[in-house]
Ligand binder design. Structure first.
Ligand code: FE2
Length: 281
């Protein structure tokens, strides 16, 4: 396992740790994700379509109530006239958002002394995992994720969110690896996505879009951990290859920071966030 390079992280806004996770752990996670997808009946929830570019009210509702459950989201355009246009394992965009606390396989993967060590290296006083996603990025159907920073979607005062991105498949330019803007974390969050009433809104602090030049691909072999600063601009392209690009992500916040109630993700009192220090002990 490679060690976390805090200097690189503070300079670039991300750090890459090849070989952080053993291949058999990656396979275990993939098997469990595929079981969850197998048990999912998409015809029962047409609102499951996930898109970073457009949403209906029903999709909003399906998304906004997913903070404390395990739920599958579909790619855009794969559900037509009540039926899938591609096999189910290529139709699912991702699973979210509390499997790290609700599913034993994901829980074992998410709370390890090695991860507690990385989060301490980042400088977090009291890290707590807020959100988990298993992202399928299926061959030929996996859609793009537009440039954003995670602080926009998971707000704390002060900013504390840290992204942990695990390659479950080899991620390359062809199959839609992460791209990031080195040093872009110093730009801060340009927008904030939050709840208002039954819906959501996006506050705009800086209307200037991220520069299109300067993003670099982060190709990552299976088992690689990429640690992302909460204000680092990152994106990914559609998967145009014939290979899937599975990844697992955890978004961790500092228990010492305030978590405003108008964040989209609500856990509720039944499912409090768990401190990593309990894992490391
Ligand atoms: Fe992100």
């Amino acid at each position: 396992m490679n060690h976390f390079d805090r200097e690189a992280f503070e300079r670039d806004g991300y750090a890459v740790l090849p070989g952080f996770v053993a291949p058999e752990r990656c396979e275990e996670l993939r098997r469990r994700a595929l079981e969850i997808i197998d048990a999912f009946d998409p015809t029962s929830v047409p609102a499951a379509v996930f898109s970073t570019t457009e949403k209906t009210h029903a999709q909003d509702e399906y998304f906004l109530t997913s903070g404390a459950v395990i739920r599958c989201f579909l790619e855009t355009g794969v559900f037509v006239d009540g039926a899938l246009t591609v096999p189910k394992d290529r139709a699912v965009n991702k699973i979210g958002h509390a499997m790290h606390d609700l599913d034993p396989v994901f829980e074992r993967f998410s709370y390890t002394p090695d991860l507690a060590g990385v989060l301490a290296g980042v400088g977090m006083a009291d890290p707590r995992a807020l959100q988990s996603m298993y992202i399928c990025k299926a061959a030929g159907t996996g859609g793009e994720v537009i440039a954003h920073c995670d602080h926009t979607f998971l707000w704390t005062e002060p900013q504390s969110v840290t992204g942990l991105w695990f390659a479950i498949d080899d991620a390359t330019v062809d199959n839609g690896c992460l791209w990031a803007l080195p040093g872009g974390h110093r730009l801060g969050a340009k927008t904030r996505f939050r709840r208002v009433g039954d819906g959501t809104t996006t506050d705009v602090f800086d209307p200037e879009p991220y520069p299109t030049d300067g993003f670099v691909p982060i190709e990552a072999a299976r088992g690689t951990l990429v640690v992302l600063h909460g204000t680092l601009p990152h994106r990914s392209e559609p998967n145009r290859s014939d290979r899937s690009r599975h990844a697992y992500t955890l978004h961790v916040i500092d228990g010492a920071a305030e978590y405003p109630e108008d964040n989209w993700l609500i856990r509720g009192e039944d499912l409090p966030l768990r401190p990593y220090r309990a894992v490391a002990a």
